[in-house]
Design a protein around this ligand. Sequence first.
Ligand code: SF4
Length: 360
Amino acid sequence: MIELRLIVDPLPITEPMVLRLQDEQAQSEHDAILIHKEDGRREYDYNGFSLVVHAPETIDLQGDVLLFLPGRKTAHRLIRANSPHNTFLLTEQCDQLCVMCSQPPKKNHNDFFDQFALAATLAPAGAYIGLSGGEPLLHKGRLFEFLSVVASSRPDLRFHILTNGQHFSTDDESFLTNIGSERILWGIPLYAPERELHDLIVGKSGAFERLQQSLAFLARSGAAIELRTVVMKQNWAALPALSDYLATRLPFIRNWALMQLESIGYGRMNWDKCFQDTSVDFDTLATALNRSIARGIDVSLFNFPLCSVPENYRHLAPSTISDWKRKYLPQCSDCGLRATCGGFFEWYSHEKGFMRVGTS
Ligand code: SF4
C-alpha cells in the first residue's frame, strides 16, 4: 500500500506547517530543497533549517506537499504530485450514521482548512482534488472560504466534494454562482427512491426529504451533481425503482455512480448483512443500468473488479479505487484486463467477497 504518512524528524514548530519538497529549485517560499539523500534518509533545506524525511529510495517525493504537526514524528502527504488520487479529509464529524460508512464519524474536529488551502495552491497544474469527510458542509463557512481563496489563486484546480447533501440552503446561491459550476463536482449519496429505506440506511430520520430539497436547490443553481449509490442487500431490489426515480425526478444530475461496498469501518463491521455479490447475480443491477441508459442518464460502476461484471457492462466500470488503497489478487497477475481494472480495496477479504472473480 502507498504510504500517506512519512516518518520525519520532529520539527521545532508550534503551529502546523505545510511545505513542498523539491529535488532542485525552489519555486515558492514554501519549498524545501533536497540537499542530501542516503539510505532512506533525505535531508532538505528550508530557509536555512534542516528537514529530514525517512522514505525508501523507491518513493518519488518530488513536488509532494507535506503537512507537519508540532511534536509529530510523521508528516501527512497531502499532495502526491505524481498521483491523480489526492484527497483532503476535511473533518471526521458527520450528522448521519450510514450502515456501510467507511469513515465512521468522530466527535472532535481539527480545523486544517488554512493548511489545506496552502497545500492546494502548491498542487501541480490542473490538479483534481477530492474533499471528503465526515461531512464537509458541517463546516460550510470554512469550506466555502477555502474554495474561494483557492479559486482566486489557482483557477486551474477542480474539486470533487463528497457531501451528504443535508446542509445546502438558498443562502448558498451566490457562493455557488461565484465559484462556477465547472470547478466543483458534488458527490451526493442517494440509496433508495423513498424515505423509509434511504433514512434507514443513512441512520437519520428526515434525511431523504432534506436531500430532495438540497438537490432541487443545487439544480436551480446549476451545480454539477454526481449521485452516488452503494449497492447493498438493503437496496438491491429497489435499484430499478431508483433508476426510474432519477429519470423522472432528478434528470439534471451529471451522472449516477453505482458503487461496490468498501470493507472498512462500518462497511467491514456490517459486511455480511450489506455485501451484495454482483459477480453471481447482476440481473437487478443490469435492469437499473439499462433503464437509466435508455433514458439518457450517464451511469458508472465504481469499485467493481472488471471480471465481476458481465462483459457487455465492463465499459461502464472505470478503475476508481485510489492508488494508495488498491490491491490485486494472486489470480490477477496474468489477467489480460489488469491494465484497465481497478482491482480491490486493500482491506478486501476474498474469503467473504466475490465468488466469481479471477476469470476474465
Ligand atoms: S482477475 Fe484481477 S485484474 Fe483481472 S479483471 Fe479480475 S480483478 Fe481485475
